[in-house]
Design a protein around this ligand. Structure first.
Ligand SMILES: [Zn+2]
Length: 168
C-alpha cells in the first residue's frame, strides 16, 4: 500500500499491474480535452517507435497485442464487433464475408495507415488483424482464427485494408 503524494488528499492506493486494467478502468476523464487523441500521435507510437524498438519482432508482437485487445472487447456477435470497432474509430468497416468458417473485413480510412505516402511496401496493420482474430475467437469459442492482411492502404497502396480470417 502506498500513500498518495498529495498531502491534501491522503488516500490509500493499492498498486496494480497495468495489464489488469479493464476498458471500464481506462475511461478518460478529460472534461475540456475530450476522449480522443490525434491520429498522428498514435502512428508515431504504433509505427515509428515500435518498429524502432522491436524491429523485426514488431509484426508478431503487435499481432499478439491485437489478439488480446480483441478478446478484451468481449463481443458475442459480428454486430457487436462492428459496434466496438466503430466506437474505437478503427476505420469505416465492411464485413464483406461473414460465415462460420470465414470472415473478411475491409477497413477504409484505416486508423493506422490511411494517408501514409508513399506506401511502405508491405502490409503494416497487424494490430487490426490481431484484434479481429481475438474477437472472432471469443465469438466462436474453442475454435482457432487465422487472420491475414491481404490488402493495406498505407502499406501496399490499396483502396482498403482487407483482413481475411479463417475460422478453424
Ligand atoms: Zn493497413
Amino acid at each position: 500500500m502506498l500513500f498518495s503524494n498529495n498531502p491534501q488528499e491522503e488516500k490509500l492506493i493499492t498498486p496494480r499491474n497495468p495489464k489488469d486494467l479493464t476498458l471500464a478502468n481506462l475511461t478518460p476523464r478529460r472534461p475540456t480535452m475530450g476522449p480522443d487523441i490525434p491520429v498522428i500521435l498514435w502512428r508515431l507510437l504504433r509505427l515509428v517507435s515500435l518498429h524502432d524498438i522491436l524491429r523485426d519482432e514488431t509484426a508478431v508482437v503487435v499481432h499478439l497485442m491485437g489478439k488480446r485487445l480483441g478478446a478484451a472487447l468481449n463481443v458475442k456477435t459480428i454486430e457487436e464487433l462492428h459496434e466496438q470497432l466503430t466506437r474505437l474509430k478503427i476505420g469505416k468497416l465492411d464485413f464483406s464475408v461473414n460465415t462460420p468458417d470465414a470472415v473478411h473485413l475491409a477497413v477504409a480510412e484505416c486508423l493506422t495507415c490511411d494517408g501514409i505516402t508513399p506506401p511502405i511496401g508491405k502490409a503494416i496493420c497487424q494490430l487490426e488483424a490481431g484484434i479481429v482474430a481475438g474477437a472472432l475467437e471469443t465469438i466462436y469459442p474453442g475454435r482457432k482464427v487465422l487472420s491475414e492482411e491481404t490488402k493495406c492502404i498505407g502499406g501496399l497502396g490499396d483502396d482498403v485494408c482487407l483482413f481475411e480470417c479463417r475460422i478453424i
